[in-house]
Design a protein around this ligand. Structure first.
Ligand SMILES: [Zn+2]
Length: 97
């Protein structure tokens, strides 16, 4: 899957053989690469993907956000998207009109 972030097209991989078990995903902005551990529950993968997108934004805009802030923002956006599937459908349809 590809995700466009601030004009950059990131490749997103769902890896089952990640070697670093201390993290659920990572973002390497210089390679436009996001990896998500697909051995975790789907909801956790979703939250991790949102987290890694926030990491990419932090890197590209040099926001210097603390990692704890990125964690909180990721959790909040994940909760909103998980709790409001109609919102995602609505937003997806805006571009089609
Ligand atoms: Zn992180």
């Amino acid at each position: 899957m590809k995700v466009k972030i601030l004009g950059h097209s990131y490749n997103v991989f769902f890896d089952s053989d990640r070697t670093d078990r201390n993290e659920y995903g990572n973002c390497i902005s210089s390679e436009l690469r996001i990896s998500i551990d697909n051995n975790t529950p789907k909801s956790w993968q979703n939250e991790t993907l949102i987290h890694e997108i926030a990491e990419a934004i932090n890197a590209h805009l040099d926001l210097k956000l603390e990692h704890s802030t990125i964690n909180r923002v990721g959790s909040i956006i994940h909760q909103i998207t998980e709790s409001n599937p109609e919102l995602l459908k609505f937003l997806a349809n805006i571009k089609k009109k």
